[in-house]
Design a protein around this ligand. Structure first.
Ligand code: DGL
Length: 274
């Protein structure tokens, strides 16, 4: 442990969150970051709420014990199924001075801001869709919103197999997006860490009239805003421009796909979570 290092933790079920981290580092290169991907137990998308909570709690604990003052859940599934309970029950008891933020509220706020007709589409994992968390967060800001969701269980495995640029990706995206387009949505939330990599293809399918909300663009903006409002936590964060990567299963794929997501070569350390 380095006493002078007080980082921002970024947690995801696997390596998709590296996409979100990339967006954050691009906007805040002077800060220090610790990324944790729970690849040994990913995907979280179809797991039960209890298990996602347990895993997310362990990840949060690891990051706090490794000099993080603030943790961002880049994972939409963990943000949907575990974040509230961690903020309300776990943090006050064990880490009252630390903070955990998610990706749902930034996405929901941005979607409401950009939508003109109030019809918002969400594509995400089964867990995120079933939790209804996006509906809850959007309705809190804009109760009249009409929200249309579609779970896309085949997209994460497809991307993890490196097939994001294949005809299979075109076929699946069309199948998942057509029902939302037919409802007349004018804004689409990419409610999963991995989908940012498909943004160009999604743009090709939905056309220019639909706003696309992706975490790697929205979360950095909202994080900067959050830190400017909470000067106390911002003052505790160190600024050496260092990013470290941890994973629960170190495979060649983590480093190769992760480097692709991050935009430069990454080296990860293996850890065990319990
Ligand atoms: N990180 C997850 C999310 O954003 C996708 C991968 C998974 O299912 O674990 O929902």
């Amino acid at each position: 442990m380095n006493k002078d290092k007080k980082s921002i933790g970024v947690f995801d079920s696997g390596f998709g969150g590296i996409n979100v981290l990339r967006g954050i580092v691009r906007e805040m290169p002077e800060y220090d970051f610790v990324y944790l991907g729970d690849t040994a137990r990913a995907p979280y998308g179809a797991r039960s709420q209890d298990v996602i909570y347990e895993f997310s709690k362990q990840a949060t604990d690891f990051l706090f014990r490794n000099d993080c003052e603030l943790v961002v859940f880049a994972c939409n599934t963990a943000s949907s199924e575990a974040l509230r309970k961690i903020q309300q029950e776990y943090l006050p008891e064990l880490y009252p001075k630390k903070k955990v933020l998610g990706v749902l509220i930034p996405g929901a706020e941005e979607a409401v801001e950009r939508s003109k007709n109030g019809k918002i589409g969400v594509i995400a994992t089964e867990g995120t869709v079933k939790s209804g968390a996006f509906i809850r967060e959007i309705k809190k800001i804009f109760p009249q919103a009409e929200i249309y969701q579609n779970a896309c269980p085949l997209l994460v495995p497809l991307i993890e197999e490196g097939e994001h640029d294949s005809p299979a990706a075109d076929f699946l995206l069309k199948k998942y997006l057509d029902p939302l387009i037919e409802e007349g949505i004018d804004t689409l939330i990419l409610g999963c860490t991995h989908y940012g990599i498909l943004e160009d293809k999604i743009r090709g399918l939905v056309g220019d009239e639909i706003e696309i909300i992706s975490s790697e663009k929205v979360v950095p903006k909202k994080l900067i805003d959050y830190l400017s409002r909470d000067g106390e936590i911002d003052s505790r964060l160190s600024r050496n421009g260092v990013t470290e990567f941890y994973t629960t299963d170190l495979t060649e794929k983590f480093e190769s796909l992760g480097s692709g997501f991050f935009g430069s070569k990454i080296k990860a350390n293996k850890i065990f979570l319990d």
